[in-house]
Design a protein around this ligand. Structure first.
Ligand SMILES: [Zn+2]
Length: 314
């Protein structure tokens, strides 16, 4: 493929977190093999992690409906199996990770998710950080709702792998799952881990920065050193990348918590560039979540925590 076309696709890919005006007809799906039966597919919207083998295919997340035929064609093009997609596990309810649910389920796929995710897909609502960022999430058709739900954990036995979907409460939303492929040393993080810069945390949808931190800490405790860590957006990463990201979450939220205890207002925190040290790395030009928006997020998340517990979170 021509280099400039790849560049265009890369740009579409990185800017696509909850993107609203994208020409999906031009998107191409790129696949990368991570382990004998495991691949990551990147098009627009959230990354898709795929277990592909003689038992059939399981996907983690499914991008947007107009891309489903391209996802299917990419899977067939791997030359591993010509069986249809049997399962999709949704990591969270946002439409850039669940938009393909309806065409997949019409083709016979079983949709699996944490039960709170199903409730949010059914009701719709406004995702947001409690201020500067908000996105309307429309209620989906009943057919696009998961047929199988779980509370804490669910295992699918497929292609010689025990695929574990585990609920991490109040992280990016209140219905997040992280999906582990222990044999392949792969974990699909959903939007609890992203690589586009400061993360979007859907506080309106039950997310919290403390839940993001807790989830990343719990995952790091159980990953082998050579694990492939698949972010919700951006290229496949490793354990060291997740550690760096976790440290940013811990340090930025500690800075905001300390400023809250010192009685600073949100306006003062922004004016004094409280998170300035992280801007160069995590707030690129035209960032989805720029430094001010992330300051809003942490302020709103930690003051809500303080209101509940009498003190800002750590
Ligand atoms: Zn999301």
């Amino acid at each position: 493929m021509h280099r400039s076309l790849w560049l265009a696709i890369l740009l579409v890919g990185t800017a696509s977190a909850l993107a609203q005006d994208q020409d999906l007809s031009k998107v191409e799906i790129k696949s990368t093999q991570l382990a004998p039966n495991l691949y990551v597919l990147q098009g627009a919207g959230g990354n898709v992690t795929a277990s592909v083998g003689s038992d059939g295919t399981l996907l983690v997340d499914d991008e947007f409906a107009p891309l489903v035929d391209k996802i299917r064609a990419t899977l067939m093009g791997l030359g591993v199996t010509n069986r249809p997609v049997r399962y999709v596990i949704n990591t969270h309810y946002h439409y850039d990770h669940t938009g393909g649910n309806l065409p997949f389920t019409k083709g016979g796929t079983t949709l699996i998710a944490q039960q709170q995710l199903r409730a949010r897909l059914a009701s719709g609502g406004t995702a947001g950080n409690g201020g500067s960022i908000s996105r309307e999430m429309q209620a989906v058709e009943p057919q696009a709702l998961p047929q199988v739900t779980f509370d804490h954990e669910l295992t699918v036995y497929l292609n010689g792998e025990e695929v574990h979907a585990v609920h991490y409460p109040n992280a990016h939303t209140d219905g997040d799952s992280i999906v582990f492929f222990p044999k392949g040393h792969v974990v699909a993080m959903g939007d609890i881990f992203v690589r586009y810069g400061f993360p979007f945390i859907d506080l309106n949808g039950g997310g919290s920065v403390q839940g993001m931190i807790d989830a990343c800490e719990a995952v790091l405790k159980q990953l082998p050193g050579d694990a492939h860590v698949i972010p919700g957006h951006g290229d496949p990463a490793g354990v060291a990348d997740l550690r760096t990201y976790l440290k940013m979450l811990q340090d930025t939220s500690a800075a905001v918590a300390q400023a809250l205890r010192a009685g600073k207002t949100l306006a003062q925190m922004k004016q004094q560039h409280l998170l300035g040290a992280w801007s160069a790395q995590y707030s690129p030009p035209k960032a989805f979540v720029d430094t001010d928006a992330f300051t809003d997020t942490l302020y709103n998340s930690l003051s809500a925590h303080a209101a509940r517990h009498g003190r800002p979170g750590r």
